[in-house]
Design a protein around this ligand. Structure first.
Ligand code: HEC
Length: 113
């Protein structure tokens, strides 16, 4: 009986650390998508279009650099990425597929409270 309980405990632990690892992998994948598709407009430096516009909009009340934000909701990011907004053309499914967008969203929301 004790062995069985230990075995069960071990599998639960193994499974949850596996999940954690998988999540880290996906976040890292999301960061790659971000670096390739978003960073040139949203990265550090007030010469980048997205950073300039967001700095203008929020001043010092929020970080102008997108990947430093902690208040972006998944559905909001998805909408902005897929629909036409002033200043930012939509990103097509052939450029960033749904799986990549999920990973990207996980990366951008990784520090959300
Ligand atoms: C060509 C430059 C450009 C690229 C590439 C770009 N963006 Fe943007 N993005 C902008 C600009 C400019 C704004 C601000 C628009 C405005 O002020 O209405 C913006 C706004 C946003 C916002 C809204 C932030 C807020 O506080 O409302 C999100 C979210 C966003 N972008 C996500 C992304 C993601 C994710 C990617 C990569 C897939 C990306 N953007 C690629 C230029 C870009």
């Amino acid at each position: 009986m004790r062995k069985l309980i230990l075995k069960m405990l071990f599998s639960v632990l193994a499974l949850s650390s596996f999940n954690l690892l998988a999540q880290e992998d996906i976040t890292a994948q999301g960061e790659e998508v971000y670096m390739a598709r978003c960073e040139y407009c949203h990265g550090e430096g007030l010469q980048k279009g997205g950073t300039i516009m967001l700095h203008r909009r929020y001043g010092d009340s929020k970080p102008a650099v997108l990947h430093q934000r902690t208040d972006l909701l998944p559905e909001y990011i998805r909408n902005i990425v897929r629909t036409n907004t002033p200043g930012m053309t939509p990103v097509r499914i052939t450029e960033v597929n749904e799986k990549e967008l999920d990973a990207l969203i996980l990366f951008l929301t990784r520090n959300n409270p």
